[in-house]
Design a binder for this molecule. Structure first.
Ligand SMILES: *[C@@H]1O[C@H](CO)[C@@H](O)[C@H](O)[C@H]1NC(C)=O
Length: 361
């Protein structure tokens, strides 16, 4: 009886020890909290007391180890866990390096607070269990930590819509489990790491709205699972790799507003891509006559280039083209009948395209 009782007491002591917040984690979270200013007295209000694993908004702990595993602070949605529904919008301050003491952290999500500035703490790369980093929608500056590639479990890295500069760390090409890379709308310069294509788990690579220069690395075409590649609004130059049109599941390819030159690879137009935007580049030559019955474009935008020659005959064989734009080129010749009801602006500002919806030939 006594033995059973003792066991029960021990188990109780053990389980409550497991569930409560380790003192060092508590200290780190309080330091993290004190570096942020929350004018609406919103989410961080719940961060009081010593049990950070219970009722601290956005904090979750690992069931087994009891240490903090997740910080998830997203602005925007209505938080109904409070007494009254509340929609926090703004928070300023910075991400305290004390966060790096949360050695069990696997997920760090701090998004859309608009006012959080400062840099990503360099020491974040010591958090070896991190698999999700999402800091999008803040005012974070500085550069990405150069040794980010040491985060061997990272599957999602997003820092979109911030003020991050510097280059994409070459060490990222070691993150073999990375599935989602989103650095859109920052101030990142320099090249796309040549070996980014090593990352065979990647399905989305979103780098638009930066100052990235140099060529599109051919290695990207080897990423078997890549579905969404957005490199628009950068300073990329050189040709479009032909193999991009032979990728198994690539559905969205946005290369608009760059300095890409050479001709459009025929593979692209005969591919399974459904959204293709190549507008505002320096592409020249004819539009390849490689459309096929299997082509299904919800968006095909080739406007603002130096394309010449006729609209290819095969274009009428593609099963669907939704939004279509070849305006502002040097095309010449009759518009296929299939396009007679398309808005004329899709064809305007060319050398001598003719027929409906433009003037008769
Ligand atoms: C294609 O890209 C251009 C340039 O960035 C943009 O203005 C245009 O809206 C895009 N086309 C579509 C249909 O989204």
């Amino acid at each position: 009886m006594g033995g059973v009782w003792l066991t029960a007491v021990l188990m109780l002591a053990f389980s409550s020890a497991v569930r409560s917040c380790p003192p060092s984690d508590l200290e780190a979270l309080l330091a993290f909290k004190s570096a942020l200013r929350d004018p609406d007295d919103g989410v961080l209000n719940s961060w009081t007391g010593t049990d950070c694993c219970r009722r601290w908004y956005g904090v979750s702990c690992d069931r087994n180890s009891g240490s903090v595993a997740e910080i998830s602070l997203r602005a925007g949605p209505v938080y109904s866990t409070f007494e009254k529904p509340f929609r926090p919008q703004h928070m300023s301050g910075y991400i305290s390096p004390e966060i790096c003491k949360l050695s069990g952290l696997s997920s760090l999500i701090i998004t859309d607070w608009k006012g959080i500035s400062g840099e990503i703490p360099r020491c974040i790369t010591s958090l070896s269990f991190l698999s999700i980093i999402d800091l999008s929608g803040n005012r974070i500056a500085g550069s990405l930590p150069p040794d980010m590639g040491s985060l061997g479990h990272l599957s999602l890295l997003s820092a979109a819509d911030n003020l991050i500069g510097g280059e994409i760390p070459v060490s990222l090409t070691r993150l073999s489990g990375l599935m989602h890379l989103d650095l859109r709308n920052n101030k990142i310069s320099g090249p796309i790491p040549q070996k980014l294509g090593r990352l065979q788990m990647l399905s989305r690579v979103l780098l638009s709205g930066n100052l990235i220069s140099g060529p599109i690395p051919g290695s990207l075409c080897h990423i078997y699972r890549l579905v969404d590649l957005d490199l628009s609004n950068n300073h990329l130059s050189g040709p479009i790799p032909e193999a991009l049109g032979r990728m198994a599941v690539l559905a969205t390819l946005k290369l608009d507003r760059n300095r890409l030159s050479g001709s459009i690879p025929g593979t692209l137009l005969g591919s399974g891509i459904s959204e293709l935007n190549l507008s505002h580049n320096m592409l020249e030559g004819n539009i390849p006559d490689t459309f096929r019955g299997s082509c299904y474009f919800t968006l095909l935008d080739l406007s603002y280039n130096y394309l010449k020659g006729p609209l290819p005959a095969s274009i009428s064989s593609s099963s669907y083209i939704g939004y279509f734009d070849v305006s502002h080129n040097h095309l010449c010749g009759p518009i296929p009948i299939t396009y007679s009801t398309t808005h004329p602006s899709s064809f305007s500002y060319n050398d001598c395209l003719c027929g409906k919806p433009l003037k008769p030939c």
